[in-house]
Design a protein around this ligand. Structure first.
Ligand code: NMX
Ligand code: MLT
Length: 433
């Protein structure tokens, strides 16, 4: 057993009694009530999921295993000479809750052993229509790999329920190790005339991704930062919830990750990062490339709102302040690309949009989310094909969701099945209240 897997099993054994005790001794204790508005309105704010991988505080933002973003970025081991942590070490943190030592980050080897993508995946991608969206290609490629599932083999061989986490861990690492190559293949196949760059087995996940994308340093650090920042946002967001839901039927990691990507591909969720760039390009075209004044920008924002559309990259279902993932990327921009034109657009938007959303009086959170800033960095380093951006989000999100699925299985979480009511039932409940 590898160092990481042994450590994980230790943690699982220590954790199981806590879940068992909560269920057996305190299972009937209430954690909240559900209103009619919540039953109709997207289950917003209903506390009905459990995860220890990350927690989202509305005012503070995300903590990964108890660490804020600045703490996470500062504490994790890095490739010497680089600013951003190794993604592999970050995954160690998500899985075990502990900051790995340099020695522990031998988890890198785990990923390296599992990197080879079978040829049939590329054959399937090549067979898809040319104008297929990169997210469709990404999701299909992962679904194609489903026949490799170790979980399915073990389940069919009669595995004990207590062991479910083990082949799920194997599936998770096998898949995660391949995602950068699949994504880079989609990018270069679709946008670089099929000029594919083969992986470098010596490089870490972020470094190898930058290499296969054909983008120079410091894009390797950008990739590391991007995957870490997008990894997890507790359990209730569409992608994480979809991954958890599908996995709760004991569908394997390949099915679950393919499904979560389909949710991430929606414009109100991950696709918003592409929408931000599309929206800004629209403004740029109207301005003939000139940077708009704040007054001009206000008019573009109001025009969008008045035509019944949302301002992409702003608002959030849980957060009630500027997303710290936005802040982390903003700090990166201030350091590495302060004079970039597109960054200036994003900066002006930050100055004008919150006040306008407050004045409009609809959005509960007028502040920017992660997607408002992420495309600018990609664009600056030459990745201008913005319909690819959500694929990058998807690689990162797979880290968090697979960590969750492994723990769901380790703690024996059951199939998810909330209860629905009819409109007449709600009317009846309302009339008696
Ligand atoms: N621009 C315009 N209107 C907005 C915005 C926005 N950015 N955000 C919320 N609203 C509206 C929302 O459409 C709703 O209108 P209506 O009453 O007509 O249905 C109203 O404000 C109340 O919505 P909230 O309760 O504040 O937001 P909700 O929790 O329903 O949705 C988002 C959260 C993130 C879907 C929403 O803020 C949004 O559509 N934002 C723009 C898209 C975006 O940036 N999505 C990415 C989120 C992060 N991610 O990567 O997933
Ligand atoms: C996410 O990262 O999943 C988004 O910010 C959406 C959310 O948390 O609701």
């Amino acid at each position: 057993m590898s160092n990481l897997k042994e450590k994980l099993f230790e943690k699982i054994q220590g954790w199981r009694p806590r879940t068992t005790k909560l269920l057996k001794e305190h299972g009937s204790v209430k954690v909240g009530d559900v209103t009619i508005a919540q039953a109709i309105g997207g289950v917003r704010g209903v506390k009905c999921l459990t995860t220890d991988i990350s927690y989202l505080d509305p005012m503070e933002g995300i903590r990964f295993r108890g660490y804020t973003i600045p703490e996470t970025l500062a504490k994790l081991p890095k490739v010497p000479g680089f600013e951003m942590p190794l993604v592999e070490g970050f995954y160690y943190l998500l899985l075990t809750g502990d900051i790995p030592t340099e020695e522990d980050v031998k988890a890198v080897e785990e990923f390296n052993k599992r990197k080879i993508v079978p040829q049939y995946v590329f054959d399937v991608l090549r067979a898809m229509p040319e104008d297929t969206h990169p997210m469709t290609m990404f999701s299909a490629a992962i679904l194609t790999l489903q026949k490799e599932s170790e979980f399915v083999k073990a389940y069919n061989a009669g595995m004990n329920k207590m062991d479910y986490w083990d082949p799920t861990y194997e599936d998770a690492l096998n898949l995660l190790a391949k995602l950068p190559q699949i994504a880079a293949f989609i990018y270069r196949y679709k946008y670089k005339g099929g000029d594919i760059i083969t992986p470098d087995p010596q490089l870490d996940m972020g470094g190898n991704f930058a290499h296969m994308m054909g983008i120079d340093k410091p894009y390797d650090d950008v990739a590391r930062m991007y995957f870490i920042l997008h990894s997890d946002h507790e359990s209730g967001n569409v992608s994480a919830h979809t991954g958890h839901l599908v996995a709760s039927a004991l569908s394997d990691v390949y099915y679950s990750i393919s499904a979560m990507l389909d949710g991430l591909a929606g414009p109100l969720h991950g696709l918003a990062n592409q929408e931000v760039l599309r929206w800004i390009q629209g403004v740029r075209d109207k301005m003939g490339g000139e940077i708009p004044t704040e007054e001009q920008m206000k008019k573009f924002v109001w025009d969008t709102l008045n035509s019944g559309q949302v301002i992409p990259g702003y608002g959030h279902a849980v957060l009630r302040k500027t997303d710290p993932r936005y802040q982390a990327q903003r700090e990166f921009c201030l350091k590495h690309l302060p004079d970039d034109n597109l960054f200036k657009y994003v900066d002006i938007l930050y100055k004008v949009v919150p006040d306008i959303l407050v004045e409009q009086g609809k959005a509960k959170n007028p502040w920017p989310n992660v997607d408002a800033q992420s495309g600018v960095i990609q664009w600056y380093y030459g990745l201008k094909e913005y319909d690819f951006y959500t694929v990058l989000f998807g690689i990162g999100r797979a880290l968090g969701i697979t960590a969750n699925i492994i723990w769901d299985r380790a703690l024996g979480y059951p199939i998810e099945r909330p209860k629905s009511l009819t409109t007449a039932m709600l009317e009846d409940i309302a009339s008696k209240a």
